[in-house]
Design a protein around this ligand. Structure first.
Ligand code: UDP
Ligand code: MG
Length: 308
């Protein structure tokens, strides 16, 4: 019989956990033909999350929990959950019911019967997110896509059910600075998307503020793109080109209106050309650095989806 592991990262979710459990268990109880486990990952919560989890695990043998020694972040919690999950299908869900459990049967249908490796919820609308947050998110996904050439698209979150092959592929990406959206995109696999309306958090508050979101966005770009490094090259070429053009204009001027070049002109040309050359060397150093950085990540060179 198939088994679904439901992985739930929790950080200060004392107000949400029980409600999440009730709603999810109600849906799971209707899925008679499949076994399941609920694996909660307490990401170093400072409230009574751990007490709630202990109670739940005493009450229901399908529940398990891990509790981190401190707050390591949702990425670490998802990685731990996927590593410890025993099911042949895994799904990651937020504890705040922003990921509707009612999609689970459809997701299971897609991965078990329709030949997909993964079925994700695609969030439409951003009600409850606030204007600034939704504007910044949209901007980030646009910039991110053009920089990384990977679709980490707006609305495609971590809420997805994956088969064992895909989970093992994700676990084989062992880098420390984990950016799950990028990793999902990196491992590939056939994915079906089911749209769902965004809803506001049931209880508690979002763990994100503008600062943490910004650093998360930067993490995504730096973990998957070396494009920022190339900026030095572009600036270098522009400076060098500017210096050359300025020099040429001055030399032509000398032919028609002979006279001494002003000290300022000479200085300007020297500054432009030298800075340009420096920038270009900085770019070269950057390229070596980026190659080394990618080597260090030790990502798999290829991932097999199926063998015959
Ligand atoms: N979360 C976590 N560690 C953190 C921050 C968040 O495990 O450091 C969990 C949180 O408990 C929730 C999920 O990640 O289950 C999504 O967090 P949140 O609802 O705050 O994010 P949002 O929905 O606002 O993007
Ligand atoms: Mg949330």
């Amino acid at each position: 019989m198939d088994k679904i592991s439901i992985i739930v990262p929790c950080y200060n979710e004392e107000e949400s956990i029980f409600h999440f459990y009730e709603e999810t268990a109600r849906v799971l109880d209707q899925m008679q033909d499949v076994d399941h486990e609920l694996l909660f990952v307490d990401d170093g919560s400072k409230d009574k999350t751990i007490d709630m989890l202990r109670k739940l695990c005493d009450k229901d043998a399908r529940c398990r929990y891990l509790s981190f020694s401190r707050n390591f972040g949702k990425e670490a919690a998802m990685y731990a959950g996927l590593s410890e999950a025993t099911g042949n299908y895994c799904v990651i869900m937020d504890a705040d019911l922003q990921h509707p459990p009612k999609l689970l049967p459809q997701m299971y249908q897609a991965v078990s019967k329709e030949g997909f490796d993964c079925c994700g919820g695609k969030r439409i609308g951003r009600e409850g997110d606030g204007f600034l947050r939704s504007f910044c998110s949209r901007l980030f996904y646009k910039v991110g896509k053009s920089l990384t050439h990977m679709d980490m698209g707006d609305g495609y979150g971590d809420f997805r059910m994956m088969n064992r092959t895909m989970v093992d592929a994700i676990l084989s990406v062992r880098e420390y600075n984990r950016y799950m959206k990028g990793i999902f995109s990196f491992v590939g696999f056939h994915t079906k998307w089911i749209p769902f309306e965004n809803v506001e958090r049931e209880n508690g508050t979002s763990k994100w503020n503008l600062r943490s979101l910004l650093s998360y966005a930067m993490e995504g770009i730096f973990a998957f793109s070396t494009a920022p490094l190339k900026l030095a090259g572009v600036v270098g070429v522009l400076l060098l080109f500017g210096g050359m053009v300025f020099l040429l204009v001055n030399l032509i001027q000398q032919i028609f209106m002979p006279g001494a070049l002003s000290q300022f002109d000479v200085l300007l040309v020297a500054i432009l050309v030298l800075s340009g050359v420096q920038m270009i060397f900085l770019y070269i150093v950057g390229i070596y650095l980026s190659k080394d950085c990618m080597e260090n990540k030790n990502r798999p060179v290829y991932i097999v989806r199926e063998r015959g």
